[in-house]
Structures are given as structure tokens and as C-alpha cells.
Design a protein around this ligand. Sequence first.
Ligand code: ADP
Ligand code: GLC
Length: 471
Amino acid sequence: MEIIHVSAECYPVAKAGGLGDVVGALPKYQCKSGDIAKVIMPMYRTKFLYENDWTVDFKGSANLGNWYFDFTVIKEPTNKLGFDLFLIDINGLLDRQKIYGYDDDAERFTAFQIAVVSWISSWEHQPDVVHCHDHHTALIPFMMKYCYDFQHLSTVSTVVTIHNGQYQGWMGWDKSLYIPRWDLWKRGMLDWAGSINPLASGVKCADKVTTVSWSYMDELRENANGLEALFEFEKGKSVGILNGIDNEVWNPSTDTYIENRFTVKTVTKGKEQNKQILCNQFGLDITKPLFVFIGRLVGEKAADILPGAIRTAIHQTQGDACFLILGSGETSIEWELQQMTNEYKGIYNAYIGYNEQLSHLIYAGADFLLMPSRVEPCGLNQMYAMRYGTVPVVRSTGGLKDTVTDMGDTDGFGIRFNNATIDDLAYSIGRGVAVYQDKKHMEWMRKHMMQIDHSWESTVFEYRQVYQSLK
Ligand code: ADP
Ligand code: GLC
């Protein structure tokens, strides 16, 4: 089967979060399992671009409304990532430092999608599936079905995977001229509540819709930033498939980002050594349990309650825990978390920014990982943490609910709570501080979690079932 993944992110080419990790791994494991999976994404100015050689695969041109543009599809020729990787270069539009966050993102990603579909429609053969990820690529099923120039692709199966339903790519109807000549009777397939809504369009037009955990699939019917009724209506073609993790990248016994590697057998010593490095680097007390947070500092992740919860926990445990934050996001949250470093020297520190290497060291050296997320479609951090023997402290939502159990339950190995509030999180930190004293229990949880199989190897077949159901 030939599957074309279309995405705005793909690790290690360009990553802003978990979407990048998934698109960097799923195709690799699909190829290993015998399918032909390929990735096409925008060409940004990233380190990966400059450090690798590229060949030109295709040159084309298209229109975005009245703007005529040329594009080039380049290919990484050595199959370095375990799948064929293609980048689309649209001069001046995509070739920038950042992935998102520009005023013209609507133009950037619409042009990208037009180029992708033009490229695929130039082939002599047709792929089996075009698999789109999130709203940046979700207009493609509409284009393949209802744009006159691409209608010969209307029989190719399309899948849209929702990694995050909060962002939908809304555009005013004034931008409808960007979409190449389309069947005007199909206006309803683009519209939601008076705007062009690319994510809603993807859900309506794709042959199958997936999201990245089972619980999130259910939650979308009740909380989907305005699209609840649509998810209810389309539930017959929707399915939740829990993300896997790339065990080659996230493996404490081979991880090249950390000096002190460890296995299930050596986790106690390995964690101690990594924790020592972290504590030296951030001036923290190694004798205390280390609670960490890694992620985007935004409301969705409930990063706004971190300062309050950490203050409360420090007060309630009389300073018997250490905290380390790695993240970037909303300025006010960054500022407060940074300010606190002066207040709690020796037990609290923060690294405001993005640092892949440091994230590996933190998963390896921490005792507990905090994830109070308000919304968490899947969450990869908790799975990485578990693989490195770090106990997840999570709110019971989405993928967190599907991957973490509570230590109070039979064979439970994490800490769960219900509300994204300062009190619930502080209380859960208190439970962590208490269990940390019980060395045997901690060791059992670490070893147990490290052996849970979240590999893509065991997940790719679920995607294959989805594709086969479309034949
Ligand atoms: P989301 O995609 O919603 O941000 P996920 O849990 O799916 O959440 O994935 C987050 C990914 O981004 C993980 O690989 C995590 O380690 C990484 N990450 C997030 N913030 C940072 C950061 N500041 N520095 C390094 N890695 C980060
Ligand atoms: C999104 C979600 C996150 C998920 C990731 C990968 O960024 O917020 O929960 O793990 O996509 O699917």
C-alpha cells in the first residue's frame, strides 16, 4: 500500500510538538511493516535542511487566488529517516525559520496544500491513501474531491488525523478565491458557522477521520471548540488510535542525548546519575523528589496553574520537593515561572525555551512528570517519561486517561487527578512526595512503566485496518 502523509511538522526536519514526533515515526514503522509510506511537508529554513543533500523531484506552478507561484519538490535521496521525505519549496512563503506564527499562515498553508495536490496529480500512478494531519493539511480532501483540476484524484482514499481539534485554521469567506476552481454547490463542505473551516472541511470530506487516543475521540463530541455537533454527526467514520512512541529515539539504554544510559535493571542507579547532572546544572537538591514539566506554556496544557500549584506544594510539603520547568509559550506564564527562580533557590528552576537534548536528560533524571492538561488529545510526554522510569502525574483526560493508571488502583503506576486546579495538582504533588519515601514502591513503578509497550510496531496495524476499510 502506498500512503502519502501530508504534514506541517516531521521530526527531525521540523518539530514544534508531538505532531512532529508522530509524523517522524509512524511512516518509518509503516515502511518497516511492508507498506510504502512517504512524507511531504513544507521546506522551512531548518538545520536539517542545510545539513542534508537534496535532489529535485518536481517543479510546478499554481495559483493562490490572483497570485501565481512556482514551487519545487525536493527529495532526501538516501532514505535517511526510513521513509521517502519530500519538501515543498515556495519561495518567500514557506522558506522561513519558524513553522507557524506568521500573519500569512492561511496563505502559506493553503498554497502548500495546492502544491501538494498538484504534485500528486502530476504522477502517472495514484497512491492508495493521502493521509492528512491537522488543519494545515485538511483542505486536501476537499480539493481532491471538488476542485475541477484535481477531480481525477477523487477516487484516492483520504484520511484526516486530528492531533489537536482546538486549532481549526479558520479563514474568512473572502479567502475562498484561494481554493482552485471548485464546484460552488459544495460550499457547505468548506463552511462552518460562517467561515471557511479547514478542519471541519477535512472531517466532512475525508473518507475516514482518526484521532490520537480513544478517550479524545469521545471528548470531541462534547468539547471540540465549536465542532462538537460535527463530530457527533461523523462518528460513523471516526476512530481513535492511540499514538505510539519511537522506541529507537526514546530509549534510555541507547539515547545519545544522555551520558548515563540505563535499562530496566539499572534504572535506580541510572536515574540517580542523570538526576545528579540535572541538579548540578540547575542548582537543585538531589535528596528531594524532582517534579518536572516539559511542554508548551499554554492554557491547553494548564501551564497557568503551575506557579500556584508549585507554591502551594512547596508550602504544604515544607519545601520537601524540587521542581524544574522546561517550556516556552505565553509571555505572562514564562515571566512568572522565570520570576519564581529567585524566590525558591535550591528547590525550583526553569529553562524558558525549547531544548530537545535537555528534554531527554530531564525525562531520564526526573522522578515525576507533571501534566495537568485541560485538553490532551494523546500526549507523548507521559509515554516518554514512563519509558525513562519517571512517574507521570496527570489529569484524567484524553490520552492521559488512556495511558496512565493511578497508583492507588491495583497495579497502578502513576498519579491521576480530575481537575486542572491548583489544589488538585498540589495535592497530587503531595502524593508524589509521600510515595517517594517508599523506595520499593518507587522502584516497582519505575520498572513496571519502563516495560509497557507503547511502540509504533504494535500500533501501525490499526492504521492499516483503517486504510483497508476504504478499499
Ligand atoms: P503537544 O504536541 O501538544 O505539545 P505532546 O505531548 O504530544 O504535546 O508532545 C510534545 C513534544 O514536544 C514532546 O516530544 C516534548 O518532549 C516536546 N517538547 C515540548 N516542549 C519542549 C521544550 N520546551 N523543549 C524540548 N522539547 C519540548
Ligand atoms: C497534539 C496534541 C498532543 C498529541 C500530539 C501528537 O499536539 O496536543 O496531545 O500527543 O498532537 O498526536
